[in-house]
Design a protein around this ligand. Structure first.
Ligand code: PHE
Length: 338
């Protein structure tokens, strides 16, 4: 029996030493210490030995078992480390390969113009307010002195969500929302997306506006002219002339559209300005007393001006882009030019 055990031990140690991989090590474990191994049957047959031989044989079997288990464990650690080394070697970075060339991102031209416009007004002392894109009919129309069935509702081809809920057609509803909550003096700009049923080379169903309004005592049309002239000079250049043309908006009285000298021909007349020498940039006016009444301001005490402009239009004129869709296609060849 002793002989047999010694023989199994040396065979097992050899098999463990020779194992080159984790599976072959496991094979050795099953072969020498598994349920059906010779070693296990020896253990089981201990009871058949004459009683005086049992302690010695039992002790020997236990020593060998512990030895083999330790050998298996040590070899397993060695093989695991080798495996790890192989994996690291396989995944090693080849520093001689050419790099991936990370392209530098740029701010989208619409964002650039929006940020520039906001910056100008922030430096003039305006603060930013925002309103929801999905708006109540009241804020988009009624509160702005555009009652139901008023013909001027046709000026904004509206996308309705349900009866009294719509996608805002302009940023002017923010005027009402802010004035409902706060008291003058107010100098606010409201940037954001607006929505209209329009789609051609210069109109997109989703575009951006920047609204502005200022309310206090004794605000005059001169304040409006001064503020907007300063803004347009900063955004289009000091050399560009600006003109104010009478117009109509239900929520301002008097109203004016503001033009800037054509960016392409500098006023001589060309295709872009349709030979007028001028480009229409924004709508503006003195806030209508009916708007003040809607927000419970006293029109005798307060006056104010408001204006609204399309950011895409300004970007098209500044950068000489003739199709608005280019802004939304995300073609890098286009976007990288700004
Ligand atoms: N909301 C108007 C538009 O979208 C612009 C505007 C704003 C005009 C404020 C006057 C005052 O056309």
């Amino acid at each position: 029996m002793q002989e047999k055990i010694k023989q199994i031990e040396s065979e097992a140690i050899q098999a463990i030493n020779n194992a080159q991989s984790l599976p072959s090590l496991d094979d050795a474990r099953v072969r020498f210490l598994g349920k059906n191994s010779e070693f296990m049957s020896l253990l089981k047959s201990l009871g058949d030995l004459p009683i005086e031989m049992r302690p010695q044989a039992g002790a020997l079997l236990n020593t060998v078992k512990t030895k083999l288990e330790n050998a298996l464990r040590d070899k397993k650690i060695v093989l695991l480390q080798q495996d790890q080394q192989k994996k690291i070697a396989a995944g090693k970075i080849d520093v001689t390969l050419p790099g991936k060339g990370i392209r530098r991102g740029k701010i989208h031209p619409i964002t650039q113009v929006m940020e520039e416009a906001k910056g100008i007004f922030l430096r003039l002392g305006f603060e930013i307010a925002e309103g929801p894109d999905i708006e109540l009919e009241y804020y988009n129309f009624d509160g702005l002195n555009i009652p139901p069935h008023h013909p001027s509702r046709d000026m904004w081809s509206t996308l309705f969500i349900k009866d009294d809920v719509l996608l805002r057609t302009h940023t002017s509803p923010v005027q009402i929302r802010v004035m409902e909550k706060r008291k003058p003096p107010l100098a606010i700009i409201a940037p954001g997306r607006v929505y209209r049923r329009d789609y051609d080379a210069t109109h997109s169903p989703v575009f951006h506006q920047l609204e502005g309004f200022l309310v206090d005592q004794h605000v005059t049309f001169g304040d409006l002219k001064g503020t907007l002239t300063e803004f347009l000079r900063q955004i289009f250049g000091k050399d560009k002339n600006v003109r104010f043309r009478p117009s109509f908006f239900p929520f301002t009285e008097p109203s004016a559209e503001v033009d800037v000298e054509c960016v392409m021909c500098s006023g001589k007349g060309c295709r872009l300005c349709k030979d007028t020498g001028w480009l229409e940039i924004l709508g503006s006016g003195m806030i209508d007393p009916n708007v003040f009444k809607a927000v419970s301001y006293d029109p005798e005490k307060y006056s104010g001006f408001a204006f609204g402009m399309g950011i895409e239009r300004i970007a098209m004129l500044k950068f000489g882009v003739d199709n608005i869709r280019l802004f939304y296609e995300n073609d890098l060849r286009f976007l990288e030019q700004f």
